[in-house]
Design a protein around this ligand. Structure first.
Ligand code: PLP
Length: 456
């Protein structure tokens, strides 16, 4: 008798197919294929309803940072539910974990980012930033300063505003509408596919020039409210920006009174070895940081929009009766905040950031060895945020024909061997729990090598 005997996998898949509209579901083909039902998780491993064990090198969805199934997380969450699962957050009342978490985030965030709005995930954190930016510019009387500049192939979430700020071609489908009059996209800082012959610095020069030209085209700094960027682009293909790019984009924002929003939904809470990448990896202090995912390591849904004293003070000084008419029933949800506090405590107590800075480079270095394979064009990323770019021709960087779904095929081969990696078109992305051991790294790397060889 196994603990998995209780599950009727066929029934579970059927019920799911018939009634659960999944994120990013194709209406027609999903009805044929269905999804793999996951029943259990322990550390970096997940188990399907038939008891098959897999090493989850996707980390849920870039989020199960400290690993799943931890008893101390269960205890903290259960204790909060027992004590008080919910309290109204709308001004008249608060709850203890929400205030404690906001204070902790203010301590961990760079510089004067001392104010925190809590929501339900990354999309709502980004949407909140978008609304806060309008609110701030209107409070300053700068009613024309409304344009947002973001990047092609960026992903910022799935609310109407967040998806419009995102620039992923594949996500901007004709059946949906998007905000197009005030949101604009400039180039992805994608050095692997930059024009031949440019050094990283020269490439950065061209990207800065494009940003400055875009500001001009929109009517100058008086018309541009904010710039949104992930420090390292995640689902756009783990794009590590070329030398100087982040710093110079930030300086350009400062010079033009444009708010810099660093979307750290993926990069914060240890994935690249720090609480936040903006300051520790790229030496900038954004005006707003959005975060979610690793904030609770996936144990509870939670998003945070962390913003500066500068924004707060300008709003506060701008006039009486400023009314932040924005919020959610679940803003500062006590159970989610308690989970985040415990998650942060575990990262601190177990020195998990130090672990990432030790094992992350090993993960990166071992995966980089895959470039000796004829179809691996590039392996890029930082620590536990890595992408393998598969190409038909390494010299020309030509892609495989669209019908050759190479990323998916490699994913399927790896899954057969017990390792989950994520396909994004011709790419394979890895974002495992950040507690990964060197042995687990070796297992992932050797499995990927076999899987890539199997599709060649
Ligand atoms: N921002 C970034 C950079 C993301 O990668 C994501 C999700 O993948 C989001 C925002 C949206 O977060 P959520 O899916 O929690 O709404």
């Amino acid at each position: 008798m196994s603990e998995f005997d209780q599950y009727n996998t066929n029934q579970i898949v059927e019920d799911d197919k018939n009634h659960f509209l999944h994120p990013w579901q194709y209406f027609d083909s999903f009805k044929e294929e269905g999804a793999l039902p996951i029943a259990k998780a322990e550390g970096a491993y997940i188990y399907d309803t038939d008891g098959n064990k897999m090493l989850d090198a996707i980390g849920g969805m870039w989020c199960t940072n400290i690993g799943l199934g931890r008893e101390d997380m269960v205890e903290a969450i259960a204790d909060q539910v027992r004590q008080m699962a919910y309290a109204n957050p709308m001004v008249d009342m608060t709850n203890i974990p929400a205030g404690q978490l906001a204070k902790k985030l203010a301590e961990l965030a760079p510089g004067d980012l001392n104010h925190v709005f809590l929501s339900c995930g990354g999309s709502t954190a980004v949407d909140t930033a978008f609304r806060l930016i309008h609110f701030y510019q209107n409070c300053r009387g700068l009613h024309d300063k409304k344009h947002i500049i973001a990047r092609k192939e960026a992903y910022h979430g799935s609310t109407y505003a967040a998806m419009s700020i995102g620039g992923k071609k594949a996500d901007h489908v004709k059946e949906f509408d998007y905000i197009t009059d005030t949101i604009h996209h400039i180039s992805t800082p994608y050095y692997y596919r930059a024009p031949e012959g440019l050094s990283e610095e020269e490439y950065t020069d061209t990207l800065i020039k494009e940003f400055e030209d875009k500001i001009e085209e929109l009517g100058g700094a008086g018309k541009v409210a904010a710039f949104f960027a992930e420090p390292i682009m995640g689902s756009g293909g783990v794009i590590v920006p070329p030398k100087g790019y982040i710093q110079r984009m930030w300086e350009t924002c400062k010079a033009n009174d444009i708010l810099y929003v660093s979307d750290e939904v993926v990069t914060a809470f240890g994935r690249v070895g720090h609480w936040f990448a903006s300051e520790d990896v790229f030496a900038i202090q954004p005006d707003i940081i959005t975060s979610a995912k690793g904030l609770t390591s996936g144990y509870q849904p939670l998003g945070a929009t962390i913003f500066s004293d500068g924004i707060w003070d300008v709003i506060a000084a701008s006039g009486k009766g400023r009314y932040f008419a924005h919020g959610f029933t679940y803003s500062g949800h006590p159970v989610a905040c308690r989970a985040a506090l415990k998650n942060i405590e575990i990262i601190e107590d177990e020195k998990i950031l130090e672990h990432v800075r030790e094992v992350g480079p090993y993960f990166q270095q071992e995966l980089e060895k895959l470039v000796d394979l004829p179809i691996v064009g590039e392996v890029r990323g930082k620590n536990f945020m890595i992408c393998i770019e598969n190409v038909a021709n390494k010299q020309t960087k030509e892609l495989f024909a669209e019908e050759l779904d190479i990323g998916r095929w490699i994913t399927d081969e790896a899954a057969k061997r017990g390792v989950l990696v994520r396909p994004i078109g011709h790419l394979n992305v890895l974002s495992p729990p950040i507690i990964l051991t060197k042995e687990q790294v070796d297992h992932i790397v050797s499995t990927l090598r076999e899987s890539i060889e199997a599709v060649m």
